[in-house]
Design a protein around this ligand. Structure first.
Ligand code: AMP
Length: 224
C-alpha cells in the first residue's frame, strides 16, 4: 500500500499514520520527523532546515525530494508507505510521481484529512510529542494512559514542538493554503483523492479512513 496523507498542520496526519502502520504493515514516513531528527543530530541539513522550520516556511523542494528518495529506498518501505507531510507542493508531487515511475510504481490513493479551523488550532495548542519514541499525544483528547510507557519502559518524555506556538501556527496555515492546498485539486483531477471528515475522535477518524480505503479496494493487509 502506497498512500499519501494530506491535510493542514494539526489535521492528524501523523497521529493517524502512527495508528495505521501496524494495521497495514507499512511504515509512516514523516518528512517533519526526518527533518527534526536532522536538527537534533546537528547535521548540515538540520542546521539549514531549523530556521526555515522555526519560521513555519517550507524546506526547498529539491532537498525534500532527496530526503524522500533516500527514505523510500530503505527495505522497510518496499511493501509500501504512509507519507505524512509530503508532498507539500506541486513540484514535490510531480517529483514523487517521477521517482515512483522510475521504479515501476505509483501511489494507490491520497487521503485528505478535512478538519475545521477551530479544531486544527485546538489540536496544535495541545499537541505534545515524546522526545524519545516520537509518539504524538494531546493533553486533553489523547494523553498517555496510565501504564502506557515509552519503548525503554520509562514514562514518555513529552515536549511541545517549537513551531506549535501561535505565531508560527498562523504562518504554517498560510503556507498550507498557498502551497499545499493546490494538491487537493491536483490529486482530485487524477482521481486519487479520498475525502475523510477528520473532525471527531481518533477512533471515529480511524474508522472513516478505513471505510474510505475499503471502498476503494485498499483494505488493510490483515484482512487480505
Ligand atoms: P510537520 O511535522 O509535517 O508539520 O513539518 C514541520 C516542518 O518541517 C514544516 O513546517 C516545514 O518547515 C518542514 N517540512 C516538513 N515536510 C516538508 C515538506 N514536504 N516540504 C517542505 N518542508 C517540510
Amino acid at each position: 500500500m502506497r498512500l499519501v496523507l494530506l491535510g493542514a498542520p494539526g489535521s492528524g496526519k501523523g497521529t493517524q499514520a502512527q495508528r495505521m502502520q501496524a494495521r497495514h504493515g507499512v511504515p509512516q514516513v514523516s518528512t517533519g520527523d526526518l527533518l527534526r531528527e536532522a536538527v537534533a543530530r546537528g547535521t548540515p541539513l538540520g542546521r539549514a532546515a531549523k530556521a526555515v522550520m522555526d519560521a513555519g516556511q517550507l524546506v526547498a523542494d529539491d532537498v525534500m525530494l532527496g530526503i524522500i528518495r533516500e527514505r523510500l529506498a530503505q527495505p522497510d518501505a518496499a511493501p509500501g508507505f504512509l507519507l505524512d507531510g509530503f508532498p507539500r507542493t506541486i513540484a514535490q508531487a510531480d517529483g514523487l510521481a517521477g521517482q515512483l515511475a522510475d521504479l515501476g510504481l505509483s501511489l494507490d490513493a491520497v487521503v485528505l484529512l478535512d478538519v475545521n479551523l477551530d479544531v486544527l488550532l485546538r489540536r496544535m495548542a495541545g499537541r505534545r510529542s515524546c522526545r524519545r519514541c516520537g509518539r504524538v499525544f494531546h493533553v486533553e483528547s489523547n494523553p498517555p494512559r496510565p501504564g502506557d510507557l515509552c519503548a525503554d519502559g520509562r514514562p514518555h518524555d513529552l515536549f511541545q514542538r517549537p513551531d506549535d506556538n501561535e505565531q508560527t501556527v498562523r504562518e504554517r496555515l498560510a503556507v498550507y493554503a498557498e502551497r499545499t492546498q493546490p494538491l487537493i485539486d491536483y490529486y482530485e483531477r487524477k482521481g486519487m483523492l479520498l475525502h475523510v471528515d477528520a473532525n471527531g475522535t481518533l477512533n471515529e477518524v480511524d474508522e472513516r479512513i478505513e471505510a474510505a480505503l475499503r471502498k476503494r479496494g485498499q483494505a488493510p493487509f490483515s484482512q487480505g
